[in-house]
Design a protein around this ligand. Structure first.
Ligand SMILES: NC(=O)C1=CN([C@@H]2O[C@H](COP(=O)(O)OP(=O)(O)OC[C@H]3O[C@@H](n4cnc5c(N)ncnc54)[C@H](OP(=O)(O)O)[C@@H]3O)[C@@H](O)[C@H]2O)C=CC1
Ligand SMILES: N[C@@H](CC=O)C(=O)O
Length: 429
């Protein structure tokens, strides 16, 4: 590469302008570290007349023609920061075919359609780097690829979506309504273009797929990952779990169980004394249990222009400094094997149940009876609050139980005539 590294950016929204800001602010430091000057030569956007949050200067030209990125022989690295799984795919594929390294923050694309792109990059000996695609500013991709490369990863558990964490935190600490908190997260630039991805756990699932690939060197098909988001979370559950000494968090977890991978995204109760429970706002956290290094905890801003821009630049600088073949997945195989997946029904965890019941004798015993039939052992059972028109809440906290038994218990209990609203249940971490 030359003394000037020319970048072609696809996208100049929250993350694209964050990258430009970091280059403008830290360009001289970057030059001292790499011996190279970074120059954003071309920026691809949809709307050429839109006012931009940051002006990258006159040396940068804007275009709406994607081919100006891959067809320009002067551009060394194409940086995809536009999102989506179609045009972005085409741009990355064309750029790799044109012999250019690619950096992307696009977890949706890499999780759902990454396999052929990694294959192509591997065959061509080009970089396809994606630090920004998992947990924003936290350097977890590089850490799994390099720093923990000699470890077997026993478990990864984390808060992987800044928007969902912001919403749950604001509901817990500021008593905000779900919708108000989500509107704020959108204004702050944390949410995806389609915030359903954040709220329904899909974005966290995309990131978990990437983490599984990095930790286990295996492809876990996105469609097979069990995913539950936070759209059903109510202020009532936030308050109740708080009273029991927990915080409700959207969790992504993957662990090895009997040689298979058990993984999923779900809202979970986290004991308030755990570090994960203290991670609030747009922050993410990833706890890695590695068989040699032991447990490690990483935390930082999981969304926003500057933290994510920092991660994008980490990849660009790695490619600039890279000698030899870039390491895209942390494994030598060009095509990673399919993950050996544990049947999600067999996942075992403690659970929180909130039943809404008619306030009459025998209800608690009837629920406990069903639990007993299904081998679900009860740790605590409490009736909360005074009767109201729509029943009273009864909360059960259980010992570890299989997911299939939990679902069957809810099915049987919800069929009883004393149940006044569908039962809510969450895992306990
Ligand atoms: N926001 C965040 O905190 C984080 C985002 N990411 C990921 O980074 C990527 C970008 O996110 P973000 O910056 O928030 O998104 P924004 O919506 O803020 O910006 C997207 C940019 O891409 C451009 N664009 C979108 N579609 C096209 C298209 N078809 N042709 C040309 N240009 C297009 C838009 O152009 P125009 O401006 O003209 O509309 C805009 O400049 C996504 O993959 C996201 O998942 C990753 C980590 C954190
Ligand atoms: N929408 C995402 C952005 C970063 O990946 C989030 O909220 O975490």
């Amino acid at each position: 590469m030359n003394d000037v590294i020319r970048l072609g950016l696809a996208g100049f929204g929250t993350v694209g302008s964050g990258v430009a800001k970091v280059i403008a602010e830290n360009g001289e430091l970057i030059r001292r570290r790499t011996g190279k000057r970074l120059h954003i030569k071309t920026v691809l956007v949809r709307n050429l007349t839109k006012a931009r949050a940051f002006d990258p200067g006159q040396e940068t030209s804007f275009t709406s023609d994607p081919s100006r990125l891959w067809a320009d022989p002067e551009i060394d690295i194409v940086v995809e920061l536009m999102g989506g799984t179609t045009t972005a795919y085409d741009i990355i594929e064309a750029s790799l075919n044109a012999g250019k390294h690619v950096v992307t923050a696009n977890k949706a694309l890499l999780a759902e359609r990454g396999r052929p792109l990694f294959q192509l990059a591997g065959e061509k000996g080009l970089g396809l780097y994606y630090e920004a695609s998992v947990a924003g500013g936290i350097p977890i991709v590089q850490t799994l690829k390099e720093s923990l490369a000699a470890n077997r990863i026993e478990k990864i558990v984390g808060i992987l979506n800044g928007t969902a964490n912001y919403v749950l935190s604001e509901m817990t600490t500021s008593n905000l309504e779900f919708e108000t908190a989500l509107e704020q997260a959108k204004l702050l630039g944390y949410a995806e273009a389609d915030p359903t991805l954040d709220i329904e756990g899909i974005d966290a699932a995309h990131k978990l797929i990437m983490l599984i690939r990095l930790a286990y060197g295996a492809h876990y098909p996105f469609e097979q990952l069990p995913v539950t988001g936070i759209s059903g979370v109510t202020s009532e559950d936030i308050r109740l779990v708080y009273e029991f000494g927990y915080r409700l968090k959207l969790i992504g977890q993957a662990r090895e169980v009997d040689g298979k991978i058990e993984a999923g995204v779900f809202p979970a109760l986290v004991k308030y004394t755990y570090l994960l429970a203290r991670v609030g706002g747009n922050y993410n956290a990833v706890r890695v249990e590695a068989n040699a290094a032991g447990p490690l905890m990483f935390s930082g801003q999981g969304a926003g222009g500057l933290p994510t821009g920092s991660a994008v630049l980490a990849d660009i600088l790695s490619l600039v400094k890279c000698c030899g073949k870039p390491d895209n997945t942390g494994f030598t195989e060009i095509a990673l094997p399919d993950a050996d997946i544990l049947d999600p029904d067999l996942a075992v965890a403690e659970h929180y149940f909130r039943f809404t019941v008619a306030d009459r004798p025998g209800v608690m015993a009837a629920i406990a009876g069903v639990m007993g039939e299904l081998n679900i052992s009860i740790a605590q059972a409490v009736q909360k609050g005074a009767p109201s028109g729509r029943g009273v809440p009864i909360v059960f906290l259980t010992h570890a139980a299989r997911t299939c038994d939990v679902h069957e218990a809810v099915r049987r209990i919800d069929a009883q005539d004393f149940i006044e609203a569908p039962t809510v249940h969450y895992r306990i971490l």
